[in-house]
Design a protein around this ligand. Sequence first.
Ligand code: NZQ
Ligand code: ZN
Length: 385
Amino acid sequence: MQNFNYQNTTKIHFGEGQIKAIAESTPKTAKILVTYGGGSIKKNGVYEQVAQALSEHTWFEFAGIEPNPNYDTLMKAQALIREHNIDFLLAVGGGSVVDGTKFIAAAALFQGEDPWDLVAKQIPIEKALPMGCVLTLPATGSETNTAAVVTRAGNKLPFHSERVRPVFAVLDPAVTLSLSDRQIGNGVVDAFVHTMEQYLTYSVNAKVQDRFAEGLLQTLIEEGPKALAAESKNNLEVRANIMWAATMALNGLIGVGVPQDWATHMIGHELTAAHGLDHARTLSIVLPALMKVCTDTKREKLLQYGERVWKITEGDEHTRIQRAIALTEAFFASMQMPTRLSHVEVGEQAIDGLIEKLTQHGMVSLGEHGKITPPVSRDILLAAL
Ligand code: NZQ
Ligand code: ZN
């Protein structure tokens, strides 16, 4: 196992009815800006619960943070922050609202000229407004982590900072009952691929991390399809297990002391930026192709994954690895996700542009060995056609 430092300071309020906990977790004297997306929270009662919980606080609101949050939208919040002396942000929504709010928090206290530099030039974030969140879509792990992904003019790029980690996160599985099947599939597969990015690399004898990761993968494989099946889709225990698995998949814990990949995500971000695909729908297409192209460098972990997660014990190594990849694809398909570029009408002619963007964004030595160069990314996209 490699050395590591680990701390996750986000206080979690988990379970039905926990939205009221924001009353205690948010400073009484704070001037709060509640941020949200396109209005799902007004239809499913979450907005009312938040308003009720904040009835003794001073708060304002900023709506309209779109999926794959856009820089121009996020910058509009800055005027409100200045006008009302906002000193606390409360994100209410999915990963896009939480990520967008992280950017708003950092941009509000940025001393330089262009806050986009925080993303494009990866300028370290020295200060940010504190924020909490009420998560409505289990998927990204953004609710307790230090990452965010923001888009500007066709460039979808991540940034990381301890300064934007939420102070608290409310995880109420009941609020996920209003999700569409599409968003449920997206969330389960995003969490699954987050786990794989930190697990499917090479072994460093990190037994705890490996077995935690395998437990998360098995949980998502067991519970994911239940959240789509008519007879179990409203089962709160199913939703609770999915929600906690998604948080655990990207709160940093399974990634400590182990090599990490993230090539699927970086290639996927270009697909979203260029073709508007939902984040998770890029992952369900890219990951199986990456598993095929990187079989040699991931051989040991692919066999372990096949045996421990899918109980594949028969056949030679090649057969077992092919079976593990096929079962992964079948799982994605059972979550109603595309697994080929052709499923989303992206053809071979799009690949040059995607490779150009990856190169432009410096994504030229991806993966746990840094060996996924643009030609290898091209092979992965070709394998995904
Ligand atoms: O905008 P509203 O009206 O709220 O509707 C949203 C949105 O249209 C809707 N929704 C959310 N909760 C709902 C609901 N609809 C009904 N009931 C509910 N309870 O779902 C739609 C999608 O929401 P979005 O926030 O975009 O989805 P998700 O949580 O999958 O977030 C995706 C974003 O997170 C980034 C992605 O790149 C993408 O931009 N990621 C962030 C990461 C991180 N911070 O660590 C890691 C991830 O890998 C990912 O890259
Ligand atoms: Zn993701």
